[in-house]
Ligand binder design. Sequence first.
Ligand code: WTA
Length: 635
Amino acid sequence: MKLTIDSFEEYKKIYDYSVSNPEAFWAEIAENFQWRKKWDTVVKWNFKEPNIRWFDGATLNITENCLDRHLDTIGDRPAIIWEPNDPEESHRVLTYKQLHEKVCQFANVLKNNGAKKGDRICIYMPMVPELAIAVLACARIGAIHSVVFGGFSAQSIADRIQDAGCTLVITADGGFRGTKEIPLKSVIDDALVQCHTVQKVIVLTRSRTPVSMIKGRDVWWEDELKKVETMGNPPCPAEEMAAEDELFILYTSGSTGKPKGVVHTCAGYMVYTGYTFANVFNYQPGEIYFCTADIGWITGHSYIVYGPLSQGATSLMFEGIPTWPDAGRFWDIVQKYQVNILYTAPTAIRSLMSFGLEPLEGKDLSSLKKLGSVGEPINEEAWHWYDEHIGKRKCPIVDTWWQTENGGIMISPIANVTPTKPGYATLPLPGVQPVIVDENGNEIAGNGVSGNLCIKFPWPGMLRTTYGDHERCRTTYFATYPDMYFTGDGCLRDEDGYYRITGRVDDVLNVSGHRIGTAEVENAINMHSSVVESAVVGYPHDIKGQGVYAFVVCPELHDDADLTRKDIVMTVSRIIGPIAKPDKIQFVSGLPKTRSGKIMRRILRKIAEGDTSNLGDTTTLLDPAVVEEIKAGAL
Ligand code: WTA
């Protein structure tokens, strides 16, 4: 079977086939990839433990699919186009041949530095081509990468390095984002004070920020490359990986505790990202595809690196931010490279909308053919602006719903195939079986219904475990409702059977498309010496989607409230990173609690939303007076 679907009729037929015959369907999809050895079984699974195995018995290396297999056919086609933060700096283009060579070289650097199959390697880098090269080089030798987004603090990095037991770190001296310079190596140095498993740090030169290089531990990327060159650039054959060998770990927030390491494995992830990329974007050979995400998040893993490259696409990588030097930057990039497909986030669209139409003036966007959205629900106003001013009403918008745990897109239009509807992720891709359930886990059948979104059959890109803690994986995703994967999202299915994702139903916030656990932010706030207790909820924010609202109990607070607020913000920045900073901090004398001591977040959410007319039942509160006080002081 060919990988892509060309008409809505065909979609319906193939969807039905994928449900009635999932194994045959996925086996046919998998035939479109390159295997060292084919599978014995397509899928073996139970959601109880859970135990999920796709393409068992097969062997492969994902980099052979992303690089080697293209060399003879499209070796001279650009694989990666890189646009630097500063528009005055030259851009870079790496063809498939060049990328292959660089990945092999750096894979040899990793080997020379003691890395081997199964080792965990932490990558903390700016958005430069070397980040993609580092990721692919790990995959080439079978090392498990754990990319940490450049906006996380030293403490967050240390937690992730310790949890995964990383032995090697790849970083850069520093990175650029707009007018800011991020001292990446210095942050790594702070993190490593607590990490005793790390033996080597490889440092790329990017910003020429002064760094301290520790003898015996820290080496320069460029020096190590020279050593490989002196060895005569030996080839680096790809490690033969079993289908279920681990490919990477990516940490993500949940409603409780520290972020968990979502584990993806080689074969299923490769098939799923390649299949979804080819279909959702209806990718045609030669098209220039621009995904504005950072490789530090799952969108960058799946749809800047692995998905596009396995399909021989040209993937544009951008180091900077949408609003620097001005709010026309994305449009300059579209014009400069004649971008055909743009995949971005609602928060970016809303932020650019707020600058009006002036930044669009004189920008040639006529190359655009398809638009995508990801990361959070897209409000109708942003959808229409995107459609009208960017797509000029001639580009389909694919609103792609999925999660870190899913590996790839689950519910989404297929460009030029599925009729779209503003605000709707529309229909599941073939191979994806969503169900809507009520609180008790009963399936709500039919159309015109809403509830919690679950998936009842495995798909190749799903997570296999949470690193080092399988029980946490079971309780988080597979125990809420028996025999189903629980997404944590609420949704509705309209009269046409179209899905609209309404947002998280657990204590996870989505701030500018970044997943942030309220418990994590509370723990960080509580580390401040004058804080006794806190509760964090989300509230609607025009640009970010959700903002972070913190209710904080600080008994010793006198007249320096503003300074304490700043101190708390600084504490959260230090512990988690600037992305989790509270937007609003309200000091309160106590939190609304039930007699059993549980914080009634429902009430706090209402107050944060500015809707205090009906707070619902407050009779179970220990001290109802506290609610009046909080209402009166709401920000
Ligand atoms: C939300 C990002 C509505 C959702 C790929 C999900 C969306 C969480 C959409 C996962 C969408 C993502 N419409 N909501 N198109 N895409 N979400 O793990 O709440 O960073 O559970 O993965 O983002 O965020 P994550």
